[in-house]
Design a protein around this ligand. Structure first.
Ligand code: TRP
Length: 341
């Protein structure tokens, strides 16, 4: 092993993930992703991106996209990701993402992209705008990941297929051009973290649900949170206990457990004989209590754009430094002539 490799192996492994600045983040996003990210910051070198370039695969209102980009960064920080321990940046600030995207697109098969279930779903939903970007979206995602020599990618189960494609692209590229990319592993949160809709508890909670009572946003205010939980759909039984077929109650017990850290058994015991109404109120209060500090930190951050911009700048500087090295390496391997200086 040479000196460079040695230095490399002493470095912490990279963890990378991204969130699109489109739409409000739900407690599902919070529990399934961002909340856990904090636990990686000692062991790994974490890089989290606001993937604005991915967001435009679906038509966005420019002013909303701009505001949500700030908001998504503010949510990262408000959820406890300190900019000192985590590289936080905006995708479009680092041109390497677009550069590697092209190189990888030329090593990704039409057939592979055609098999992506999210493309099929999204093109059914956006029949009027099935653009090429929607189709090649997973290639840009692979570029995001592979640019940084990422080892671990925390993502929701819905992104598993995209992650596998990123691995396939990395393996293919390495086999043609020699060892270039780290082949990333996915980190899919345990099933308990899958948060279901409050209105149709057999369906995943989604930020794009048309029924506003179906999902709870990280930034909803206390009254809204409690009201949505009070209206949560349950069943005709009255006992607060997990069981097959009690999707609504199972989901509420999970949510309560995730936010309070109590076990399912503890919760069942606590609400023994107390009925659904009381339980739903308690879940709402637990969620509202847990999110109150996130919300107030978020409000503070959003009132301080210069601070958010300094985080964006520092994050992009570091990300660009790392990513640009990878692009140069890839260009060299592909046979591109280096720009004479
Ligand atoms: N596609 C992801 C999503 O919609 C977001 C994303 C883009 C991402 N690039 C990424 C996630 C890289 C992990 C790693 O949720």
């Amino acid at each position: 092993m040479n000196a460079a490799n040695n230095a490399q192996s002493e470095k912490k492994k990279i963890i990378f993930s991204g969130v699109q600045p489109s739409g409000v983040l739900t407690i599902g996003n919070y529990l399934g992703a961002i909340k856990n990210w904090k636990s990686f910051e000692e062991e790994y070198d974490p890089i989290y991106c606001v993937v604005d370039m991915h967001a435009i695969t679906v038509r966005q209102t420019p002013a909303d996209l701009r505001r949500r980009t700030y908001e998504t960064l503010a949510v990262y920080i408000a959820c406890g990701l300190s900019p000192e321990k985590n590289t936080l940046f905006v995708q479009s600030h680092v041109p390497s993402h677009a550069e590697l995207n092209w190189a990888l697109a030329c090593h990704t098969m039409f057939g592979e992209l055609s098999r992506m279930t999210q493309f099929k779903d999204k093109s059914a939903k956006n029949a009027g705008n099935i653009n090429a970007g929607l189709f090649t979206y997973p290639v840009l995602m692979a570029a995001d990941i592979l640019l940084y020599g990422t080892s671990l990618v925390p993502v929701g189960i819905d992104q598993k297929q995209h992650l596998e494609l990123a691995r396939d692209i990395a393996i293919r590229f390495n086999s043609v051009y020699g060892d270039t990319f780290t082949v990333p592993e996915g980190y899919i949160p345990p099933a308990g973290m899958k948060i279901m809709s409050l209105q149709e508890p057999a369906k995943k909670m989604s930020k794009s649900d048309e029924n506003v009572n179906a999902s709870v946003a990280i930034l909803d205010d206390r009254d809204t949170i409690i009201r949505k939980f009070k209206r949560a759909v349950t069943d005709s039984d009255t006992i607060v206990k997990k069981a097959d077929g009690k999707d609504g109650i199972n989901n509420l017990i999970n949510i309560h457990s995730c936010f309070t850290g109590k076990s399912v058994e503890e919760i069942e015991r606590e609400f023994d004989g107390r009925g659904y109404g009381e339980f739903k109120l308690a879940v709402g209060e637990a969620v509202a209590d847990a999110l109150a500090p996130v919300r107030s930190e978020f409000d503070k951050l959003m009132a301080d754009k210069p601070y958010l911009e300094s985080v964006m700048k520092n994050g992009a500087d570091r990300a660009h430094y790392l990513a640009n090295k990878m692009v140069s390496k890839v260009y060299r391997k592909l046979g591109f002539v280096a720009r004479p200086r």
